[in-house]
Design a binder for this molecule. Structure first.
Ligand SMILES: NC(=O)c1ccc[n+]([C@@H]2O[C@H](COP(=O)([O-])OP(=O)(O)OC[C@H]3O[C@@H](n4cnc5c(N)ncnc54)[C@H](OP(=O)(O)O)[C@@H]3O)[C@@H](O)[C@H]2O)c1
Length: 285
């Protein structure tokens, strides 16, 4: 049996959709049964509980041999993920798939990549088989700009001339599902990327091409941007961590590279940003 976490979120939700599409049965640990109603309808075995509750995690892992660890950023993420790994090891799970990030490197000092690296190291030392899924910036981060793109013809981010190899969460979910359902992925770190290197000026141009009107990228001051996003994040730690990560994009601290890993893994081409905009045309157009 497979256990998926984060199944009501962006990447975990996409992994769930891909597993359902493949006809692979799985269990999901969810916090809110109502939010997961469609999963239940699709026949997914739901366990309602919080990753912070060791009993709920233990229960979710009964009879499970493969797990996907997908949790959102917060000051608690590292402790929650470490605990999850320890419970998986004690429960006799064989293979753990972790959603990490491309910037998670031994020398990382930015809080989010650094915590991902420490959890990766803990997993590698656990004795479990493991696979790391390491994407860069999510295209889906731009779904929150639907209103401003549609109504104001612009989007604001403090990214300067920084570049990413942004990727559609649908593709990341497919990669996770492919690893969970397949064989030969133990001990592999998959650095995933979208099909091209894009600055946010390029992103604006591609929005404009698909929408048929000019879209402006407003390169906002980081302090002003932090004030806007902070109320939507879990804590000051979280807001500072996001701003630190964004400043590293601006400075090119971890230069992103286009990889062929997604195609090798899934046999499919990664979704282009133009296609992503087209897929969400009702939001933006
Ligand atoms: N955004 C990016 O550009 C980017 C790039 C690379 C890597 N990443 C990594 O991607 C991860 C986030 O993935 P995502 O964006 O798919 O997440 P997301 O959309 O925020 O979804 C988070 C999921 O985790 C669940 N969850 C949250 N806290 C939980 C808890 N205590 N116990 C059980 N479930 C819990 C949520 O459930 P509810 O529905 O109940 O809230 C939801 O299903 C982070 O680790 C981040 O570092 C992000």
């Amino acid at each position: 049996m497979i256990l998926l976490t984060g199944a009501t979120g962006k990447t975990g939700g996409a992994a769930a959709d891909a597993l359902i599409e493949m006809g692979v049965p799985f269990r999901a640990l969810v916090r809110d049964a109502e939010k997961a109603a469609a999963l239940k309808e699709a026949g997914v075995d739901l366990i309602v509980g919080d990753a912070a509750d060791p009993e709920a995690v233990r229960k979710a892992m009964e009879g499970v041999d493969r797990v996907a660890l997908i949790l959102p950023n917060s000051q608690e993420q590292e402790a929650l993920e470490m605990q999850f790994v320890d419970i998986a090891t004690a429960a006799g799970v064989k293979h753990l798939v972790k959603l990490s990030s491309l910037e998670a490197l031994p020398e990382a000092t930015s809080p989010i990549p650094a915590l991902h690296w420490r959890v990766e190291e803990h997993i590698r030392a656990s004795g479990l088989d493991w696979t790391m899924i390491r994407p860069n910036f999510f295209m889906d981060n731009l779904l929150g700009y639907g209103f401003s793109i549609k109504n104001e013809g612009s989007f604001a981010l403090p990214m300067g001339d920084g570049v990413t190899v942004m990727m559609d969460c649908k593709d990341i979910g497919l990669a996770i599902a492919t690893v969970l359902a397949g064989a030969g992925h133990a001990g592999r770190s998959y650095n995933l990327s979208g099909p091209e290197l894009l600055s946010f000026h390029d992103v604006a141009s591609q929005f404009g091409e698909v929408l048929g009107k000019p879209i402006e990228y407003l390169n906002v001051d980081p302090t002003a941007y932090r004030e806007i996003i902070a109320p939507f994040l879990t804590s000051d730690w979280h807001a500072d961590a996001v701003m630190h990560l964004f400043s590293e994009v601006v400075d090119g601290v971890v230069p992103p590279k286009v990889t062929t890993t997604f195609k090798e893994l899934t046999g499919q081409d990664p979704t282009s940003f133009r296609q992503f905009v087209q897929n969400h045309i009702e939001l933006y157009g």
